[in-house]
Design a protein around this ligand. Structure first.
Ligand code: F6P
Length: 367
């Protein structure tokens, strides 16, 4: 039986989103199914008037429209981390923000487009929305995406490897300038409240200290490491700090609360810089990699994973699954209930082999 599938990409973009879209559209097309793209998360359904200039909030995705996009970063559908239909922010007259549940409107809009199933590609927030929509009767398959690698129940998310590869290249480049000027270089990477990007790129890039949210740091421990290196004639140090890292007895550094409540992380590297500056005479420089980690071409592995997820999502629809997320469980892609993912964060286990390996090769975690 012919079906119509809607596809949405939500939350921060990650290299590989376009590969998922292409794979889902091509495999649906092989079955004679139609695909519709929703612009900017679910905003294309909730606020179609915003997309008047581009012909509306949704558009048909054909094999032709997904040609040549596997290697491209970003998403041809657009994305947003504003306007979550479960907690849609409405500004009141007194300036305060009230959040309302608009998932019924999403379902009504999907029904009016004769959509049989939805593929929701995103991170933890999108999986929570996907679960809610499935609970309301829509056939929904989630596809995990995040550079942060912090989603439960999948051994990998596409975008993470690309972010780690980029960050590692940056750390590699900083070694020579750090050594030439005998400086301490601090590199702040993304990852939200999980330290995966810092951990992987810090080890691969031979950092001297890696500071992650899972292990609050003591500034004295870091100073000790810098001084030890000095005494051995290594007059430079590289510190990789995750944006969510915090000092012992301290707090996560945040920039602002934007559009009613989303906490933006930022400032962890700067805070550390000032703390080190107060305690040593070394010159220190800070590099914040920021959104550069989300740009560019996905690595071959991330493309492959994304393509596998896209086809698996369509397969799951054909097999009649709903309220599940496709997940990597090597060597397979499996379906896991969305209820097991929503509102959970996969953190770095502090006694994992990878952390132990790092410590055994002399990397300091500030603990
Ligand atoms: O979740 C991906 C991510 O890049 C995080 O690592 C980071 O904290 C956040 O998104 C940044 O979000 P924004 O694009 O809103 O600045």
């Amino acid at each position: 039986m012919s079906k119509t599938i809607a596809i949405s990409t939500g939350g921060g973009d990650a290299p590989g989103l376009n590969a998922v879209i292409r794979s889902a559209v091509l495999s649906a097309h092989q079955k004679g199914w139609k695909c519709i793209g929703i612009r900017n998360g679910f905003n294309g359904l909730l606020s179609p008037e915003m997309f008047h200039s581009v012909g509306g909030g949704t558009f048909e995705l054909t094999p032709e429209s997904v040609r040549g996009i596997t290697h491209l970063g970003g998403t041809i559908l657009g994305s947003t981390n504003k306007g979550n239909p479960l907690y849609f922010p409405i500004k009141q007259q007194d300036g305060s923000i009230t959040k309302i549940d608009r998932t019924d409107e999403v379902i009504a809009a999907l029904n009016s487009l004769n959509v049989d199933a939805l593929i929701s590609i995103g991170g933890d927030g999108s999986m929570e929305i996907a679960h809610a929509l499935a609970q309301k009767g829509m056939q929904v398959i989630g596809v995990p995406k995040t550079i942060d690698n912090d989603l439960e129940k999948t051994s990998a998310t596409f975008g993470f490897e690309t972010a780690v590869e980029f960050s590692t290249n940056c750390i590699d480049r900083l070694h020579s300038t750090a050594e030439a000027h005998e400086r301490v270089m601090i590199v702040e990477v993304m990852g939200r409240n999980a330290g995966w990007i810092a951990l992987h790129s810090g080890i691969a890039g031979t950092a001297d200290c890696i500071l992650i949210p899972e292990i609050p740091y003591s500034i004295e421990s870091i100073i000790k490491k810098i001084n030890e290196r000095e005494s051995k004639g290594h007059h430079f140090s590289i510190i990789v700090i995750a944006e969510g890292a915090m000092p012992k007895d301290g707090e996560v550094s945040t920039i602002e609360h934007s559009s009613g409540n989303t906490v933006r992380l930022g400032g962890a590297g700067e805070k550390l810089l000032h703390e080190i500056e107060r305690r040593t005479s070394k010159e220190i420089r800070l590099v914040v990699l920021g959104h550069l980690q989300r740009g560019g071409m996905p690595t071959a592995n991330d493309r492959l994973l994304a393509l596998r997820f896209g086809a698996s999502a369509v397969r799951a629809i054909e097999e009649g699954h709903t309220d599940v997320m496709v997940a990597l469980a090597p060597p397979d892609v499996i379906n896991v209930p969305l209820s097991e993912i929503a509102k959970r964060t996969k953190l770095v286990p502090v006694n994992s082999d990878i952390v132990r390996t790092a410590k055994e090769i002399g990397i300091n975690f500030g603990d």
